[in-house]
Design a protein around this ligand. Structure first.
Ligand code: ZN
Length: 280
């Protein structure tokens, strides 16, 4: 099955090429990347000093990062936390694979969102009109929901996203082997993309990690603030009970991304801490 180009977006336009989404009517506008970067600096330093495993284990509320409110599919974007994640809700995948992954993850609804980098990549890869690539994301999400027989949950607008409207404040991407990780529930975890590795094969998850890195290091992300001294972190989240999704195994899957990054991407890993037993 092929992706159907929405008629409205396919119309030829003479507008300028797509610019970073600049809005005029929200207070989210003009967030300063440097200020956002500084806000996260102490957290990142603490992780670097303690190591991610110890850092995570020391967070009193870490278990709540492994609870999901729903099983709806949304983007890997740090602004769309919770639930199940595929880049652009799967827009960059073969549709059959996206359906398989969604079924395996028991997806019960599909979202699209504003300012979707994956939808923009899709449009670029296909040579489509770039005036409003979000429209491709919306159409894809609707179509996937229909194929799955679950509701299309809507288009998450910028004002409802959990990041500044005009740029990505993710300093990290979580490569999640547990399938239930939501870092936004724990204030001391840095905001990050979430790649649901648990629900998609290694090749696809790796390419989604690449997408996250290219967004974060590009014009819509922290960009040149990310250096070999202050890198972007791919943080793998291992399942303590399933060797197929152990932190070591996941780390090996993304190591190549780091080695091809001139030091701007580093891999850290942790295993989901086991819940503490209550004292008798
Ligand atoms: Zn997106």
């Amino acid at each position: 099955m092929s992706f159907e180009m929405p008629a409205a977006a396919a119309r030829p336009r003479k507008d300028k090429p797509l610019r970073p989404m600049i809005e005029t009517h929200t207070e989210h506008t003009h967030a300063d990347p440097k200020v956002e970067w500084e806000k996260q600096r102490d957290t990142v330093r603490a992780i670097e000093q303690l190591g991610l495993q110890r850092y995570a284990e020391n967070l009193p509320d870490i278990q709540s990062a492994f609870e999901l409110d729903d099983h709806c599919l949304r983007c890997i974007d740090e602004g769309t936390p919770g639930g199940i994640h595929l880049a652009g809700s799967g827009i960059l995948m073969d549709e059959v694979k996206a359906i398989e992954a969604s079924k395996a993850a028991k997806v019960d609804g599909v979202y699209s969102h504003a300012g979707c980098g994956a939808a923009a990549m899709f449009a670029k890869q296909k040579g489509l009109d770039m005036t409003n690539p979000d429209e491709y994301g919306r159409q894809w999400a609707k179509q996937l929901a229909e194929r799955l027989g679950v509701p299309y949950k809507g288009h998450i607008e910028k004002s409802d996203m959990k990041r500044p409207a005009d740029f990505h404040n993710a300093r990290v991407a979580y490569y999640d082997g547990t399938g239930s990780f939501d870092p936004s529930r724990v204030a001391d975890l840095p905001p990050g993309f979430v790649i649901s590795r648990r629900h998609t094969d290694a090749a696809n998850a790796q390419s989604e990690a690449d997408v996250a890195v290219s967004i974060a290091t590009g014009d819509h992300g922290f960009g040149t603030l990310i250096t070999d001294k202050e890198p972007f972190y791919l943080m793998v989240v291992g399942d303590p009970e399933d060797p197929n999704f152990s932190a070591n195994k996941l780390q090996a899957e993304v190591d190549a991304i780091a080695s091809n990054s001139n030091g701007r991407v580093k891999v850290l890993g942790f295993t989901r801490p086991r819940a503490m037993k209550k004292a008798a």
